[in-house]
Design a binder for this molecule. Structure first.
Ligand code: FAD
Length: 501
């Protein structure tokens, strides 16, 4: 008996049914040829070494939601445990796969993995369909339009996309017929594993503030788009890094995992803005989405975008290693309450405001600790729910004044910056509870509090809360000099490389 062929849609960073052309292509192919449809997700058991517990929980919640939605259209999610390049060729053979659909991703590890899988497919007559659906624009076309080089400024990027028509998003309109169901449809072997299997004890995690999944993402989008005035008046620099409730949308974890389509967000924003007076990029909400597009375009066209060495857009800076300082920063124990509160919020909740990211990224790199942005990016990769390869690397380069932004002499003060929007330090009191009883006067600089005040507040600096690991007032000035010197060296090297007239 000849085996019925299978069609696979391989979910990765597109954990949704809406705006998923690759998935629709797979469904149509299976329906038209009466083949078996298997939507899959591959999970590498090593993931727990790279992804923090909160993001893992978000991912598993998203997979559960995706499976529920797929079952509503008479199919399911097949979860496969293993490394894609090892287990997929075997499964493709076993399942007699003839057609594979997937979305284009740009994370360097995914790109390498896809090359191996695509080679296998080519050698085994498996037709591959890849769709660009993680961004509003096709970043390859943007680079092509810019004569093959990436736009190095946001304004240049905006000018390149200004006349591009963004197509409407597609929906999956009908269910999958029974003929396309596999005989192992009910097999528990492909069920979503529990977090425990991946070494995570859910009861030990903090309360889940942002549950994963397409349904949650769409709900959150609707809530924000209903606030028409808020959207039209949105100005990012005026939002607060240290409000107790987020002052921006927190759509990022949903967009990064592909639970929410960037294109859908774009169309909804256009609808809200249409006919009303509204703010403009770079500060508007649409402007925020365009920052994402900008970094995707830059990341797609730059080799080693997530590294300093071998990265053509990145200034080479002689950062120093300091494991003790790196650890203190990552654990929120620098002795600077604002910095520590941000890092502790990040670790507990998996999300921090953009300007809070500015503060801690500047502090780790050119501001205070003189540690490489690559180290900071790794810590963010672990803790952020919205971790995204190109956005993380691009923004870290920006903050460390390694690329895109060059005003290295503008340094965030860990004392003054937070005070602008939270003079009584309510945010610090929440995330650094050992300082909860400090008078507002000393909440940003507890080392200045007289011993008696420290005693009354129930926390002696150097005992209940760390001493400052550096003196900002001194080190940031030294670091500006070091940045100045690094910029000079880079300029000279560039000049030497330029062909002589
Ligand atoms: P909103 O202000 O509501 O913006 C809406 C959407 O626009 C966001 O969800 C996001 O998709 C996009 N966006 C907003 N700001 C930026 C930006 N500066 N760059 C690119 N896209 C943006 N964002 C990530 O999604 N993943 C990351 O790994 C990431 N790493 C970062 C690392 C550093 C050091 C810094 C400074 C920023 C980083 N950002 C990252 C960008 C930004 O901080 C977050 O996208 C934003 O704070 C998410 O919150 P929000 O959804 O409420 O944003």
């Amino acid at each position: 008996m000849t085996k019925v062929a299978s069609v696979i849609h391989w979910f990765r960073l597109d954990l949704r049914l809406h705006d998923n052309l690759a998935l629709r292509n797979a469904i149509n192919e299976a329906e038209n040829r009466k083949q078996i449809l298997r939507p899959i997700y591959v999970i590498d058991p090593d993931i727990k070494n790279r992804v923090g517990c909160n993001r893992l929980r978000f991912l598993f919640q998203s997979l559960k939601n995706l499976d529920t939605s797929l079952r509503k259209i008479n199919t399911r999610l097949y979860v496969i445990k293993g490394k894609a390049i090892e287990c997929l060729p075997k499964l493709f053979d076993e399942w007699h796969v003839k057609f594979l659909t997937l979305q284009v991703d740009i994370d360097a590890d995914l790109v390498k993995q896809d090359e191996v899988i695509e080679e296998f497919c080519e050698a085994n007559n498996i037709f591959v369909v890849k769709r660009m659906q993680h961004t509003v624009y096709d970043f390859n076309s943007v680079v092509k339009k810019n004569n093959g080089s990436i736009p190095l400024t946001y304004q240049k990027f905006l000018s390149l996309v200004s006349d591009v028509q963004v197509k409407d998003i597609i929906q999956i309109s009908k269910g999958v017929s029974d003929e396309c169901k596999a005989s192992d449809y009910d097999s528990q072997g492909y069920d979503i594993p529990s977090l425990e299997e991946f070494g995570v004890n859910e009861s030990e995690l903090s309360e889940c503030k942002y549950p994963g999944g397409e349904s949650e993402g769409l709900k959150r989008l609707d809530v924000y788009m209903a606030k028409k005035q808020w959207v039209c008046n949105f100005e990012k620099p005026k939002s607060s890094p240290n409000s107790i409730e987020p002052s921006t949308t927190v759509l990022s974890p949903y967009i990064s995992h592909g639970c929410l389509s960037a294109k859908l967000f774009y169309h909804k924003l256009k609808q809200v803005e249409n006919g009303s007076k509204h703010t403009l990029p770079p500060v508007s909400l649409m402007g925020q989405l365009m920052w994402r597009e900008f970094y995707y375009t830059a990341g797609s066209g730059t080799e080693n975008f997530d590294k300093m060495v071998g990265n053509s857009v990145c200034t080479q800076i002689p950062w120093k290693k300091n494991d003790a300082h790196l650890k203190a920063w990552a654990e929120g124990k620098t002795g600077y309450p604002f910095v520590d509160a941000i890092m502790r919020q990040l670790k507990q909740e998996g999300w921090i405001h953009h300007l809070a990211r500015h503060m801690v990224a500047c502090f780790l790199t050119r501001g205070d600790l003189w540690i490489s942005w690559e180290e900071g990016a790794k810590v963010f990769e672990d803790f952020l729910l919205d971790y995204d390869w190109s956005l993380n690397a691009g923004n870290w380069m920006w903050l460390s004044a390694s690329a895109f932004f060059y005003k290295y002499y503008r340094v965030y003060s860990p004392v003054a910056f937070g005070k602008k929007t939270d003079k009584d330090g309510l945010y610090i009191r929440k995330y650094v509870p050992e300082l909860k009883k400090y008078p507002s006067e000393f909440i940003y600089e507890p080392w200045k509090a007289p011993k008696g005040v420290q005693k009354t507040a129930g926390c002696i600096i150097g005992e209940g809360y760390p001493n400052r690991i550096v003196d900002h007032d001194k080190v940031h000035k030294d670091n500006i000099q070091k940045m100045n010197a690094a910029y000079k060296v880079n300029k000279e090297k560039k000049a030497m490389k330029r062909p002589r007239q």
